[in-house]
Design a protein around this ligand. Structure first.
Ligand code: H79
Length: 461
């Protein structure tokens, strides 16, 4: 984005009227040009939010990780790939998908009580099945399942009602589209695969199909983010990504789009390459947290709570609440967002272990949310030994993971003078502090207030 911003500033200074208009980029691809101020405004709610719920929900919840008695360590939503299931057989799961226990109000409540500010749900995963009532394909939850209802409509309305942003995941890779086929040894041509091929002329047809579905999603549900995935196909180019980015922004100018719309993403590390300008508004580390902060870059780490995105009934490798809360803090301290996944069942329930962990995060966020929402990355040049830090103008929040045994917290210098220190949960009681050449030392209570993370607030000049 840096090159783009430079370009924007230069163009702005030259007095050209680039405001939210389409312009030819230096590469000759259609991109959406905006000033830095316009971009900041568009990204502002997302940067404030810091914490969202990812929902992977689809037909794969029916087999729930087991097919013909076969289980796997692989992710649940990839069962059509790892169990080599032909399209015609996979389609049969639709007849068994009847999530009568789905309760939009309850799902949004669970997210909201966890302190999450937005929800990103799979509108269509790699299996090609639309989880909303689509008019351009019968392969959707309204037309192909006994449920015959559109849960997305209810969820979108409920999210809006409870004040959360509603967003969509959409896969470019599509194992069900007729023009797509698999050409790999041992693989059924209509099964799932990491990569697909498209029959001659199939790409134009498929891009048109995607655009029609995206138009439905945007006009019917007004999503705040489009979260693309499955972009690593040989038949998908950066130019295609830029064109699609532009298409989506044209339908909804203030929408936010991840970097998997084009080909900029660097593997699972997820940030965009910097050799040229790539489409997308934020980087997408997957199942990992960058080692260091990334100043001036928008990014979001998406992670599972166990080891799968889509529901697998036997996956019990749950992360502890402590790990999840500390991941949220770690990510905020590096200037990123945390998109934490749940994989609801085919009945429409968010698994109990997920609900329990989200409640624990919510309990922590209720007391300590001020140290996460609307913050920017740690001001310290190196990672703190005792934990993490975030900042706001005139404030630094210290998240203490390892409580000092002697009750003295040594905070390195970062160029600002501390004027006051207190625990976030007891602001009326000041903590004693001593300025030293190499920073400041704080006198803490003997015991941690919260063994997961106690937050100290430093006011600065
Ligand atoms: O939706 C969830 C998963 O189903 C999907 N993304 C999350 C959010 C996903 N997880 N793993 N994969 C997809 C497997 C893809 C891995 C790779 Fe690659 C594709 C490895 C090589 C090609 C990613 C893209 C890493 C390099 C390019």
């Amino acid at each position: 984005m840096r090159t783009l911003n430079t370009l924007l500033i230069i163009s702005f200074l030259l007095g050209s009227q680039l405001a939210a208009q389409q312009q030819a980029s230096p590469q000759g691809n259609a991109t959406f040009i905006e000033t830095k101020a316009q971009r900041d405004r568009r990204m502002s709610w997302w940067r404030e939010a810091r914490f969202g719920m990812f929902i992977h929900w689809g037909l794969y919840a029916v087999p729930a990780g087991e097919y013909n008695g076969k289980r796997s360590d692989r992710i649940g939503e990839w069962i059509m790939e790892w169990a080599n299931i032909p399209r015609a057989d996979y389609e049969k799961f639709a007849g068994q998908f009847n999530p009568v226990k789905f309760d939009a109000k309850e799902w949004v409540r669970i997210a909201k009580d966890a302190g999450m500010k937005y929800i990103v749900i799979t509108s269509k995963h790699h299996d090609g099945f639309a989880m909303y009532g689509s008019k351009v394909s019968k392969y959707n939850i309204v037309d192909a399942t006994p449920y015959r209802r559109d849960p997305i409509r209810e969820l979108a309305a409920e999210a809006k009602k409870q004040g959360l942003k509603f967003c969509f995941y959409y896969s470019i890779l599509d194992w069900h589209y007729p023009a797509a086929y698999v050409d790999a040894p041992g693989k059924v041509p209509t099964a799932g695969n990491r990569t697909t091929k498209l029959t001659p002329g199939g790409k134009e047809e498929y891009v048109k199909y995607m655009k029609e579905q995206l138009r439905e999603l945007i006009t019917k549900y007004d999503p705040a983010v489009l979260w693309f995935d499955g972009e690593w196909q040989d038949w998908w180019s950066e130019a295609d990504g830029q064109e699609l980015y532009h298409y989506v922004r044209t339908l909804k100018p203030d929408i936010i789009i991840n970097n998997r719309v084009g080909r900029g993403r660097q593997g699972m590390q997820g940030m965009s390459k910097t050799d040229q300008e790539y489409a997308g508004d934020f980087g997408t580390p997957e199942q990992q947290i960058p080692a260091n902060g990334l100043p001036g870059v928008d990014w979001e780490s998406c992670m599972t709570m166990n080891t799968t995105w889509g529901f697998k009934f036997y996956d019990d490798k749950w992360k502890s609440s402590e790990v999840i809360i500390r991941n949220l803090i770690d990510i905020a301290s590096k200037g990123g967002n945390y998109l934490l996944n749940v994989g609801p069942t085919a009945e429409g329930l968010i698994p109990a272990p997920s609900v329990e962990r989200l409640a624990a995060v919510g309990k922590w966020m209720k007391l300590n949310g001020a140290s996460i929402y609307g913050t920017t990355a740690s001001p310290f040049s190196t990672q703190l030994e005792f934990g993490r830090a975030t900042s706001k103008p005139g404030l630094v929040y210290l998240h203490i993971f390892d409580w000092p045994t002697d009750g003295t917290l040594r905070v390195p210098a970062w160029g600002k003078a501390v004027t006051k220190a207190y625990l976030l949960t007891t602001p009326a009681r000041s903590l004693k502090f001593n300025k030293r050449a190499d920073g400041v030392t704080l006198q803490l209570p003997a015991q941690a207030v919260d063994p997961i993370a106690t937050v100290v607030v430093l006011e600065t000049k």
